[in-house]
Design a binder for this molecule. Sequence first.
Ligand code: FAD
Ligand code: UDP
Length: 396
Amino acid sequence: MPTITLDTLGTLGTFQDSAPYDYLIVGAGFAGSVLAERLAEGLGKRVLLVDRRDHIGGNAYDHLDEAGVLVHRYGPHIFHTNAQRIVDYLSRFTEWRPYEHRVLAQVDEHRVPIPINLTTLNTLFGLSMDEAQAEAFLAQRAEPVDPIRTSEDVVINQIGRELYETFFRGYTRKQWGLDPSQLDKSVTSRVPTRTNTDDRYFTDQFQMMPLHGYTRMFERMLDHPNIDVLLSTDFRTVRERIPHRELVYCGPIDEYFDHCFGRLPYRSLRFQHETIDQEQFQPVAVVNYPDEAVPYTRITEYKHLTGQQHPRTSVTYEFPCAEGDPYYPVPRAENAELYKRYKALADETPGVTFLGRLGTYKYYNMDQVIGQALALYQRIAEQEGVELKAHEVEPG
Ligand code: FAD
Ligand code: UDP
């Protein structure tokens, strides 16, 4: 991966009119890296990828910690998708380790599956229901809400107030600093309720982890003679010094426009990483703590995700907070309205395109961001009259 430094840039800055880069891409996460790879490999473009962090991979970055355990610096990242096309694309840069994610919730002295399933209900209520009985049990507790607007409505409508309070209210209030009634229904809708014994967190057709980690996959993606990578550099400090024809910006859209309409809210996290002198800490990769009195939301033990054998183990506690790196756009109507204003401004600003979770203020998973980057690539290729191969074209 050709990594350049600010010193090299000094020379580039003297090129004046003859822009050495076709694209300047801000943000070396999935959005920026996938687009850089496609533009370089597919269209022969010269790309400079800039990130203010000292590494590639964005929030999916993983690395060996001091103990030699492979950890995710920004919390657990599990790859899951229903899109064969996205699996095929990433498979050019990595082999895979099959992995199905399972999560337990700590409720009083019990550790029970979340999403709520038959085992959860039987354990918590000391029952031995079958699937049909569990369905009737939930139907009896559910409190119909119409229309369903918020993250509170959607859960209460499905499972009633008691289970809502046990599993969703406290966790959500901690995670977002807002009550579920103040958040769009899409947030808690991410977590279904089941009456069978399926205890997988996701039901996507493809669920797996990059065999040698995300960072290795990004390194292979960006290992192209047409791609230069400039790390530890904020775009704002170099934007005038880097001649380029087009800009793609994967940072927070409101920051790009100097917060001219006010700040878009993002939720942050403080990650507390620890290594423990024992082989295993907890039975599954993630244990959630829905109790509002516990200050963190979840603990992740990475060896379950990576399959790494090691005499010690490393874990991460997530403490949600308002200040810090922007990790989550906050889905609620007033924020969507504010984003719309930035989007309208973006649409009338020539030469720059916004992409990714921060650039388009969307609570996207990795596969959705990859899909978004591939779709942008497709549009650029079409504009240039380049015919893509069938597997490169988005269905529909
Ligand atoms: P990012 O990865 O955020 O990359 C943006 C990059 O832009 C950053 O590296 C940032 O440093 C850089 N940048 C911003 N502004 C500037 C600037 N001015 N100058 C230079 N650089 C700049 N998704 C899943 O599919 N499965 C999961 O299990 C999962 N778990 C998650 C857990 C957590 C705790 C979080 C926060 C997210 C999780 N996600 C998960 C979502 C996933 O992280 C995102 O979908 C994906 O990483 C978004 O990629 P991106 O490129 O849009 O943004
Ligand atoms: N959630 C909850 N309790 C849980 C798990 C999730 O209340 O045990 C809610 C919470 O609001 C959370 C949302 O559902 O933010 C989405 O959960 P997910 O695990 O998808 O969050 P992410 O992995 O994106 O942080």
